[in-house]
Write a protein that binds this ligand. Structure first.
Ligand code: HEM
Length: 376
């Protein structure tokens, strides 16, 4: 346990973390990967380049420092991250490695300002935070439908739009159930890559009787192209095997919500399709607002047409009809919101909703990227 004096030291470093947090976490990753290149098999290198991941880690550490008197307050955040960690197979033995290089990075970035007292207090506090994560993840490992990554056979691959494919995969040995809104995590080794690459993809249907379905969008072009999504889009075919870890995620429908507003952008429609599937037939009032650039980028065309018979569906083709804005949500202030899309889309939708008077506890969201890097 930290002494009161050590707690004060941690609190005193909050302004420093605010200023140098991302610098510290960037240095941390560089040092950690130099010493443990095997961890490159686990981390998404694109998120490192873009800077979202160092930012998300810095914000989490900052949140922990702010809530030192009541660490429980950040439990919902820990649970969200814990799901990702479990899906990626992060284990208790990894935590001391992260701790060692986080501390070295604090020392490196703060220079002479990183006094012995500060370093000792942070070493102890990191241990405490790490234990919270380890405990939360222990339960998740127990509840997971299977251990680590297991092979699945691709039994179907369908082009849903210019850049989105839907895979159906099967493993006859495993027993599992998926919940609407969850994702699976794939492990692949793209050509010319020394390391494994892991990515999360949302499940598009809760019906697994004919296999597990998920959608993959081919990201970026040329030098900027997403290594894994292009590999899956171009190289992974029917009959091939892909390694997958058990479904994870806390972007789930609250059964007590009766008025539901779903807002999706681009491939963010994927988990929303499974949520609507679950909500249908439960006497819910459902509205879907779907923003997509143009007709050629519109996935799930047949399913969306069929949904129009059952719920209120509004598809906004933004190149022709303009982008969504706050007034599109004005009539739904009594609804619980479920929102999914790119980081930028998510950020602007949350701000629109807040400006319209929606409360944050009414808004459930799942960005396709590190959640903590979003500014609310
Ligand atoms: C993801 C925090 C320990 C590996 C994340 C994210 C956060 C985070 C905020 C982003 C989650 C999201 O996508 O929404 C932390 C904190 C830790 C910790 C505060 C310590 C207390 C670890 C450890 C490992 C690890 C010990 C394994 C060496 C990962 C990986 C990702 C991740 C691989 C996915 C990042 C990516 O590939 O972009 N963590 N983490 N984390 N974490 Fe941790």
């Amino acid at each position: 346990m930290l002494t009161e004096q050590e707690k004060d030291i941690i609190k005193g470093t909050v302004p420093v973390l605010e200023e140098y947090g991302t610098g510290i976490t960037k240095t941390f990753y560089r040092k950690m990967f130099e010493a443990h290149p095997e961890l490159l098999n686990m981390f998404n290198q694109t998120n490192q380049k873009v800077g979202d991941q160092p930012e998300a880690l810095a914000k989490t550490v900052l949140a922990a420092a702010r809530h030192i008197d009541n660490l429980e307050a950040i439990l919902p955040v820990v649970i969200g991250i814990g799901h990702k960690h479990r899906a990626l197979n992060v284990k208790p033995e990894h935590y001391p490695i992260v701790g060692k290089y986080l501390l070295e990075a604090i020392k490196h970035v703060l220079g002479p300002n990183a006094t012995e007292d500060i370093l000792i207090a942070w070493e102890k506090y990191y241990g405490q935070i790490a234990q919270v994560f380890i405990d939360v993840e222990k339960n998740m490992y127990k509840e997971a439908d299977w251990d680590g990554f297991q092979p699945f056979e691709v039994i179907n691959k369908e082009l849903l739009s210019d850049d989105i494919v839907r895979f159906t995969v099967k493993n006859d040995v495993l027993n599992f159930a998926v919940r609407a809104g969850q994702y699976i995590t794939v492990k692949v080794k793209p050509e010319n890559s020394e390391y494994d690459a892991l990515r999360h993809y949302s499940i598009s249907s809760i019906d697994t009787s004919n296999g597990l379905q998920f959608a993959v969008r081919r990201e970026g072009k040329g030098d900027e192209k997403g290594v894994v999504s292009h590999h899956m889009f171009n190289e992974l075919n029917i009959g091939d095997t892909v390694e997958i870890s058990a479904p994870a995620g806390d972007f789930l429908l609250d059964p007590s919500d009766d008025h539901l507003l779903f807002i999706a952008g681009g491939v963010g429609i994927t988990p929303i399709m499974s949520m609507i599937e679950e909500a249908l037939g439960n006497n819910k009032s459902i509205k879907l607002i779907y923003s997509v650039r143009n007709e050629s980028e519109l996935p799930f065309k047949e399913e969306l047409e069929a949904l129009k018979e059952k719920i209120d569906v509004e598809v906004r083709l933004t190149h022709e009809q303009g982008r969504l804005s706050g007034k599109d949500f004005r009539d739904y202030i009594e609804h619980s919101v479920y929102l999914c899309g790119s980081m930028d889309f998510m950020q602007s939708m949350i701000h629109f909703l807040q400006d319209e008077g929606f409360e944050m506890d009414q808004i459930n969201y799942e960005p396709f990227g590190p959640k903590m890097s979003i500014s609310i």
